[in-house]
Design a protein around this ligand. Structure first.
Ligand code: ADP
Length: 724
């Protein structure tokens, strides 16, 4: 129908619009599916001549459409309608005006005004259309040649107006009515074109703004290129893309990354999300998807030697590690549990993990989880977060640069309680080793996925062996020394262990040994026989040395990078005889003893004092209990920030002792109550430290028995346990 209408515009006839409508609706109604339906006929119509009939395309449903081109002749009135067979016939009277009638109308001043109005508005419409489609030429000719009342029909026929409006035009037999209606319709059409135009103009304005930006950017790029400054956005994205291509991502990640990159390319750099997307892709490209440290064929014997060489003792633990490695060797894709070393600080948890890495020829990375409260800190934030960051695991992977490192999750017990999930499922290649000081804070589901290996701490004897075999050689090496410069005899190491450290591990021992090594390094550097020093090793003056020595005991160990290798130093200094550490030197460098082995003996010299042991996360401590009796009326006083459990222990201990006065021969026969005229005061020293726990009973009883019997307890024995 559309094609008919547009053809109609060019035809000689003016009244085809209504013509078409009527005939279409007729046809429709005649072959309508429902002949019994009452057909409502309009009482006006248009007589038309069929000019052309063509077969249209066949629809997939098999229906064929036909296109009929009609030429309208004139309006008519229906006088009488007959239905015969499948179609209708009617008696009609034409509504065409005669020439003289027409001439008369043309004289009418109203008609003249109307046609002038119509012509003006029609012209306006045409010129707008002309600008847009360049098709106005023919219509302009029509405007000049056709009579106005016919023009009105033509114009209106080319708009989209409702069927009712079309009928209304058909009904406007009077040329004046027809003109004024047409003027109205044309005007309306004009308005809607104008509104549409306004909107497009606005859009075009915006477009041209972005075009302008584009142009400016192009210019900027040219300028930058000229300046040799090439890091602008597009180059940036191109290099990002290249980097992504070289990253060796697995196909699913690659697809995802590609999608993200396409999105990024469509964005303006100022757009929100551009940067986070960019950073994200950068991270993806940075991750070691394929880069792996080449895993050596696992040689269990060599691995065992390696562990033995790095660590003294720990036989069972090393055995367990070897077992773990053996399983991995036999079934590399087995998702074995994560090893978790639990023990006090300085017992070698970290260094065992790094030995595992060395034994496997893999890189080692330590990720500290201490203090992590937010799960997202480990897992990573949502990318849409402002300031979002990759999680610590991913960050660690990026830093280490290979996809199969040994990853140490340090202090897993220090995270908030919310660390859920199994990191191993996300990162299969990685070997995880975790450390913790205590097991109790680790959430059970996490603990369940780990193989816990406990490292309880070392005895003094073990510490001595570790120091002699491992710590001293390492410390000397780190300070550019050797046994030719400094010797620390076993006796002195024992003294360091007894007087300067009280710990389960060997960390402070190592620090103290390092302090000795530093002092020795200074002394060596100060020697007269200095031959030329190749690099920046400065001669240190005596006052400085003395300052350092005075501070020595309090100083934390730090490894001072010498910037020169050991041989250079060895060659640079020649020393007559090695420096041998003695007691005086210990005191000078490490300060007065921090822990007195006489302390226990001094304390228990008074009856009523006993020696207990308490458990702490750092391994444990010696805890004295002091009981005193004073004049009073049988009350028990407890001090030292005690918890309820300890308070009860003290009550029980007192009752236990009172109940056994005779057995223990604590009082003369006539005295039945130990507390007659007395108060008992029990104090736990280190009053500022809160104390609680279930194993002080035996120590309390011992203190009370010692008090009542006035016998001293042994200084070389400490105890822990409960009384019932
Ligand atoms: P942790 O991680 O348990 O706190 P580290 O692994 O950092 O302790 O150990 C502290 C220091 O003690 C390291 O230099 C380590 O090599 C040394 N060390 C601990 N145990 C041993 C051991 N059994 N043999 C040799 N050195 C040890």
């Amino acid at each position: 129908m559309d094609s008919m209408l547009s053809q109609g515009v060019g035809s000689e006839s003016g009244e085809r619009s209504s013509n078409v409508q009527v005939s279409t609706s007729d046809a429709h109604k005649v072959d309508g599916k429902n002949p019994s339906e009452v057909i409502h006929w309009h009482n006006r119509g248009v007589a038309a001549r069929a000019l052309h009939l063509s077969r249209g395309v066949e629809k997939p449903s098999g229906r064929v459409t036909y296109i009929v081109v009609l030429e309208g002749l004139c309006r008519f009135n229906i006088e009488e309608l007959n239905t015969r067979g499948p179609y209708c016939t009617a008696k009609i009277s034409p509504l065409e005006m005669t020439k003289s009638e027409m001439e008369q109308v043309e004289q009418d001043p109203d008609f003249v005004t109307l046609s002038r109005q119509f012509k003006a508005i029609a012209m306006e419409l045409i010129s707008i259309l002309e600008q847009k489609q360049k098709t106005g030429g023919r219509i302009k000719v029509l405007l000049e040649t056709l009579p106005f009342h016919k023009l009105a029909d033509i114009f209106v026929a080319s708009f989209e107006i409702s069927f009712e409006e079309q009928l209304c035009m058909l009904d406007s037999v009077d040329p004046k009515v027809r003109l004024s209606k047409a003027t109205e319709l044309v005007d309306r059409h004009l308005q809607s074109i104008r509104v549409a135009e306004k909107i497009t103009q606005k859009v075009e304005g915006q477009l041209s703004k972005s075009q302008k930006e584009y142009l400016l950017r192009q210019q900027m790029r040219a300028i930058k290129e000229e300046l040799g400054d090439n890091d602008d956005d597009e180059d940036d994205l191109a290099s990002l893309e290249r980097k992504m291509q070289n990253a060796g991502m697995p196909s699913n990640i690659w697809k995802h990354a590609q999608r993200e990159l396409r999105r990024l390319k469509k964005m303006q750099p100022q757009q929100p999300g551009y940067n986070s997307s960019r950073v994200y892709l950068d991270l993806l490209a940075d991750l070691p998807w394929q880069k792996a440290s080449e895993e050596q064929e696992l040689d269990l014997k060599a691995a065992k030697d390696h562990l033995d060489c790095d660590h003294y003792g720990l036989v069972k633990i090393k055995q367990r590690i070897i077992e773990y490695l053996a399983v991995r060797k036999l079934k590399p894709d087995a998702r074995g549990p994560v090893l978790c070393f639990v023990g006090p600080p300085g017992v070698g948890k970290t260094s065992l993990a790094s030995s595992i890495a060395a034994a496997l020829g893999r890189k080692f990375i330590r990720i500290s989880l201490g203090g992590v409260k937010d799960e997202a800190d480990i897992r990573g934030h949502r990318r849409t977060y402002i300031g979002s960051m990759p999680g610590r695991l991913i960050d660690g992977l990026k830093r280490v640069g290979v996809c199969n490192p040994v990853m140490l999750l340090d202090e897993i017990d220090k995270t908030g309680s919310d660390v859920r999930g199994d990191p191993a499922s996300a990162l299969l290649e990685v070997i995880f080793v975790a450390t913790a000081n205590r097991m109790q804070p680790i959430p059970p589901p996490l603990l369940d996925r780990m193989e816990v290996i406990e490292l309880p701490g070392y005895t003094a004897e073990e510490k001595l062996r570790i120091a002699m075999q491992h710590l001293i050689p390492r410390v000397l090496d780190q300070h550019g020394l050797s046994s030719a410069f400094l010797q620390i005899p076993e006796d002195m190491v024992k003294l360091v262990i007894q007087r300067y450290t009280r710990e389960a591990g060997v960390r402070n021992l190592e620090r103290n040994l390092a302090a000795l090594a530093r002092a020795a390094a200074v002394r060596v550097a100060e020697q007269e026989q200095v031959v030329s020093v190749s690099k920046d090793v400065h001669k240190i003056t005596s006052p400085l040395l003395d300052n350092r020595l005075a501070e020595g005991a309090e100083m934390e160990m730090e490894i001072i990078p010498m910037g020169v290798n050991n041989h250079e130093i060895s060659n640079a200094f020649r020393i007559a005889s090695p420096l041998v550490v003695d007691e005086a030197m210990l005191e000078k460098i490490l300060g007065p003893p921090r822990f007195d082995d006489q302390e226990a003996a001094d304390r228990v010299a008074t009856p009523g004092v006993s020696v207990g042991l308490v458990w702490t996360a750092f391994g444990g401590e010696v805890q004295f209990v002091e009981a005193t009796s004073v004049v009073g009326n049988g009350e028990l006083h407890l001090t030292g920030q005690l918890g309820d459990v300890i308070k009860e222990s003290a009550q029980i201990a007192l009752t236990w002792v009172r109940a056994r006065v005779a057995d223990l021969k604590l009082a003369a026969a006539e005295e039945t109550d130990l507390l007659q005229g007395k108060d008992i005061h029990i104090h736990f020293p280190a009053g500022a430290v809160p104390k609680d726990g279930p194993s002080a009973g035996v120590t309390l009883v011992t203190a009370l028995v010692s008090l009542f019997s006035q016998k001293n307890v042994r200084a070389d024995t400490a105890m822990t346990g409960e009384m019932t």
